[in-house]
Design a protein around this ligand. Sequence first.
Ligand code: AMP
Length: 204
Amino acid sequence: MNIILFGPPAAGKGTQAKRLVESRGLLQLSTGDMLRAARKSGTALGKKVAGIMDRGDLVSDEIVIALIEEQLDLNPHAAGFIFDGFPRTVPQAEALDGVLASRGKTLDGVIRLCVDDDALMARITKRFEEEGRKDDNPESFKVRLNNYNVQTAPLLPYYSAQGKLTEIDGMTSPDAVSASIAQVLDKNGNGNTVKKGFWARLFS
Ligand code: AMP
């Protein structure tokens, strides 16, 4: 099962992705985490992207696509992937379709966590105070939110046209959001519910 957790920064994608890693044995591919790791270890890539990230801008499509391809190839036997913070542009989404297809994989669904701007701002202010992530400062966050609206939101019609998009309320508690995600995944036949239904029908 390969899915995208979609939504603006601070929508809760990372939190929910980690829960899916635990509950379903999927691998989380967060391009933000990969880039932060590159910065922390001081690689050439890390140095190249540092300023861009701190401003809240997007790094180039080529860089993030290469990171994703690398992870897909490092984990050929994974049960599935959760794409978190990727894709963020239409060319990234098109590239993802291609890199999955060339590896005999498909994208099963896109789950959008809907959170309004005021709630995002409140969450990010709290996270900035608690964790001090540079790009959570109010100026950078405004840039990130604007980039989401201008460059990333256009992916919604892209995935909707493919019949892959499901929207859920991301303003409820983390547990309630997890329950909504589980419902979507199981309804789509990616979990146990559908399999149980199949066997139940067979033996009824
Ligand atoms: P995130 O943790 O997903 O909010 O990502 C933090 C920062 O990393 C973003 O503000 C961008 O600068 C960069 N980044 C992460 N993922 C991508 C992506 N898919 N495309 C471009 N830039 C990205």
